[in-house]
Design a protein around this ligand. Structure first.
Ligand code: HEM
Length: 432
């Protein structure tokens, strides 16, 4: 449990957190305790234990997030909740990101991917992670609001980029601090959402997107959601969608750059998809995205190897007994996804990047890049689809070279390659 009060927090932050968890797993086994960030915690590195917490007994464990995040995102965002409210909000979010709804977004995601790539190929060195974030943000806005005019999109971008700087800051309301600036930007976002909602209500525009579902909601007594509840859930989805997707895309670029033979094979597959094309001009259709087994496995393997969400947090709401261990009420419980994804018992030679391992499905409950159970990621289909679309255009029409070193890992807080993976893109010569 480390030192009084601070426990092992310093050890965790002074080394790569993955080394911290793995060394303790080796020493103590798959279930062990520690004390970090002011809380006693139980770490779970076995698939069965993670399943127990996330799938079998989720009502005994509530999600917990730092106060700084909860204040900025807004307390009504679905992932802070359990029970009835969570189930209702989740139904709305799932309906907005179902495969049927998501596949209709392909034409616009195509356009966003093409214009993003076009903007990178100007001879300048780009920070891949930053550029992927812009792309993921635009896709997020599209899937939440449907078509939105540029003035609104620009205002949302500007204010959200200030809000996100406060996510990991110390929650103080002292003017002049980054956190205070984020709170102010968060208020402006609420006002902008308010204007958009008013317009949609006046014009009765309740489309099949997240905002439409939230505006349409009525409970059994006919009550609607308040503007604040809607705003919190919109920010919640943006928060869940942006850095996650952007960091996985950045890792894909890194893993492909590190393996020229694999890169060639994926390019070949994408070229064949183009030639089989049933879409017009540069358009990629839904059926074409289903003809990319190797690219799809590269995504699955990148999700495994990078394990950008290394673990999640829950808190025991009562004393819980599991497999002879007592988890006391109030203790944090952390299923360690990354340790499970890097366990050689489940993934042979786990440090090797090998998309072909996904020719066979992983053992049950050993692969959880999108979590598991009642809080599992409702955006996973959209995330995979936008990655496939971007990769398709990138691999068929562009070349890139990495600039400078990219072997170290930074935490933003998700792991990303050093300096966001600096790269120079050029457009391939069009032979037509
Ligand atoms: C590659 C990209 C992504 C990864 C790796 C990822 C991963 C995850 C994981 C592991 C969880 C579960 C967290 C937990 O149990 O504590 C989660 C939840 C969630 N994700 Fe994602 N996600 C991604 C993209 C997205 C996108 C694009 C959206 C929205 C369109 C989204 C929306 C959400 C929401 C709303 C939740 C909370 C669900 C709930 O509490 O019921 N995610 N995600």
């Amino acid at each position: 449990m480390g030192w009084p009060c601070i426990g092992e927090t310093l050890q965790m932050y002074s080394q790569n957190p993955n080394v911290f968890f793995t060394s303790r797993q080796k020493r103590y086994g798959d279930i062990f305790k520690t004390h970090i960030l002011g809380y006693p915690c139980v770490m779970l590195a076995s698939p069965e234990a993670a399943r127990f917490v996330l799938v079998e007994q989720p009502h005994l464990f509530k999600p917990t997030y730092p106060k700084s995040k909860e204040n900025l995102i807004g307390p009504s965002a679905l992932f802070f909740h359990t029970g009835n409210y969570h189930a209702r909000m989740r139904k709305l979010v799932q309906a907005s990101f179902s495969p049927e709804v998501t596949r209709k977004l392909i034409p616009v995601i195509n356009r966003l991917a093409i214009s993003s790539l076009e903007s990178w190929a100007n001879g300048e060195v780009i920070n891949t992670f930053h550029e992927m974030k812009k792309f993921a943000f635009e896709v997020g806005i599209l899937s939440i609001f449907g078509q939105l005019n540029k003035t609104y999109t620009d205002k949302l971008k500007e204010n959200y980029s200030i809000v996100e700087k406060g996510y990991n800051g110390f929650p103080t309301k002292l003017p002049g601090t980054a956190y205070h600036r984020s709170l102010m930007a968060r208020r402006r976002l609420s006002r902008i959402f308010g204007e958009i909602m008013r317009e949609r209500k006046e014009n009765k525009l309740f489309a099949n997107n997240l905002l439409g579902h939230l505006l349409n909601f009525r409970d059994e007594n006919g009550n609607t959601l308040s503007d604040e509840q809607i705003a919190d859930n919109i920010i919640g989805v943006l928060f869940a969608a942006q850095d996650t997707t952007a960091s996985v895309l950045t890792w894909i670029l890194k893993y492909l750059s590190d393996d020229p033979k694999l890169l060639d094979a994926v390019k070949e597959e994408q070229k064949a998809v183009c030639e089989s094309g049933d879409g017009e001009n540069q358009a990629l259709t839904w059926s074409m995205t289903r003809k990319m087994p190797l690219t799809y496995r590269v995504i699955l393997e990148s999700l495994r190897k990078a394990s950008i969400i290394s673990f999640t947090f829950r808190e025991a709401t009562v004393d819980v007994e599991y497999d002879g261990y007592l988890i006391p009420k109030g203790w944090k419980v952390m299923p360690l996804f990354r340790n499970i994804h890097h366990n050689p018992e489940f993934f042979n030679d786990p440090e090797n990047f090998d998309p072909f391992r996904f020719q066979n499905p992983p053992k049950p409950n050993t692969y959880m890049p999108f979590g598991n159970g009642i809080h599992a990621c409702p955006g996973n289909e959209l995330a995979k689809l936008e990655m496939l679309v971007l990769l398709h255009h990138m691999l068929t029409k562009y070349r890139w070279e990495l600039v400078g070193s990219s072997n170290l890992i930074q935490y933003s807080p998700f792991p990303i390659p050093e300096n966001g993976l600096r790269a120079r893109f050029t457009k391939k010569f069009d032979r037509k």
